[in-house]
Design a protein around this ligand. Structure first.
Ligand code: MN
Length: 423
């Protein structure tokens, strides 16, 4: 285990109890303060400017060829550093901010140039996302959708247990937490005996997902083996794949989702690294029938990350509507990336791969309103006495995630978006 992951480690920066960001987390994000934009990390409620740390030579001992990675408008170059360098950077940050280390702690002048209160900072989209894939890797979600829209007796399509089903989505409409999204307009066909109609979606939904970000660059024709796949992953974020179910139902045949999912997808701003998540590895569900050799993994490739979704109507408190876990996924990230590249599709640092809706077995763990309201037949109670089957205008969706083990808590912060009326 890395030194930086030791749960006994403490920082000279104050970390409130139940904080998502102890010194063992050390996430990466893009922050802005007034005119300044910088690569950042975070401990407790303190945001750390990595570019000024580089200015003052605190990274000079690291094998980083080009310190300009800290001065970019996104994390793409930082993410692309070889794994050994990324790990060395993490270990250096851990050392610099650990309670015993006085290098920065005792240098007030420099410290004041580097540290910001999180509330003074605006977080930006961390990456220039080149390509985006959305998988469909929860067996519970795929089964629920199959029962509702096709055939309860054959809920899973024949390919589902043989390959991680996915589609290529739009990277241009991925936005950072805090960005509001307008209700989409489009074609729907509410009555199957009549022609389609045009208007604002009446069945706007969230999808509880996580997304991983690749660090590797491959050439056209190359593939990444399932054994090497995790080393090609930088880290993860929370992901809300907003979905217009009425648009989706009419448009998706036969090529899959199109406009129903490209009007806005929301990510949390802090990228949590694979190194920080190492203590939370766990075995995934048994895969039966056995998968083809290029997809075969043994050992612990799922991660135990608790997930929650809350809906907050305007002028009301948030109501918890779902509690799920990233570990429920049938297909793991290594399998997803191996499959993504097996035909020779090249990938780049900063590409994003979402998990698909993460549902569990129990109704309170379903990761979308489509499932929670069972296609609109069950109503969910809000704190102001109103009810929901799908999202209403001015509703705010809040996704949270945290991995916990003993005293150690590695959190993802929040992925928040408010639904505005159709434009
Ligand atoms: Mn999705």
């Amino acid at each position: 285990m890395l030194k930086s992951t030791n749960p006994e480690f403490t920082s000279w920066i104050d970390v409130p109890q139940e904080s998502d960001f102890p010194i063992q987390n050390l996430p990466y994000g893009m922050a802005s303060s007034g005119e300044l934009v910088f690569a950042a990390s975070r401990i407790g409620d303190t945001v750390i400017d990595l570019s000024v740390l580089a200015d003052f030579g605190y990274f000079d001992s690291l094998p980083i060829d080009n310190l300009w990675v800290f001065y970019q408008k996104n994390l793409n170059e930082l993410v692309a550093m070889p794994k050994a360098v990324r790990v060395a950077l993490r270990e250096r940050l851990s050392e610099l901010f650990s309670s015993e280390n006085g290098e920065l702690r005792d240098n007030e002048e420099v410290r004041n140039l580097i540290l910001y209160a999180a509330e003074e900072i605006q977080m930006l989209l961390p990456l220039d996302i080149g390509d985006y894939t959305d998988f469909y890797s929860s067996i519970e979600h795929a089964t629920n959708v199959g029962i509702m829209f096709r055939d309860p007796a054959n809920a899973l399509l024949p390919n589902w247990k043989h390959l991680p089903v996915g589609y290529h989505g739009r990277a241009s409409s991925i936005v950072v937490s805090g960005t509001s999204v307008h209700r989409p307009k489009g074609q729907t066909r509410p009555d199957d005996t009549k022609p389609p109609v045009f208007g604002p979606s009446k069945q706007l939904d969230f999808e509880l997902e996580m997304a991983f970000i690749t660090s590797a660059k491959t050439n056209l024709g190359d593939s990444i083996s399932v054994e090497d796949a995790e080393d090609a992953i930088f880290g993860l974020v929370l992901f809300n794949d907003l979905s217009a179910r009425d648009l989706q139902r009419w448009e998706y045949v036969p090529l899959g989702p199109f406009l129903a999912k490209s009007f806005g997808s929301v990510i949390s701003p802090w990228v949590i690294t694979m190194e920080a998540l190492e203590p939370f590895r766990t075995q995934g569900p048994k895969q039966e029938p056995e998968v083809l050799p290029y997809l075969k993994t043994t050992g612990e490739h799922n991660f135990d990350i608790e997930l929650q979704v809350a809906i907050q109507p305007k002028n009301s408190e948030a109501a918890l509507v779902c509690q799920s876990n990233f570990k429920y996924l049938y297909w793991n990230m290594a399998q997803q990336l191996a499959h993504q590249t097996v035909a020779g599709c090249n990938i780049n640092p900063g590409d994003m791969y979402a998990s698909g809706t993460i549902s569990g077995k129990t109704p309170d763990s379903f990761g979308s309103l489509l499932e929670l309201s069972w296609k609109g037949t069950k109503k969910l109670a809000m704190k102001d006495g109103s009810e929901r089957t799908f999202l209403q205008d001015n509703d705010t969706v809040i996704i949270r995630g945290q991995a916990r083990k003993g005293k150690l808590r590695i959190g993802f912060g929040e992925c928040v978006t408010t639904i505005l009326p159709a434009k």
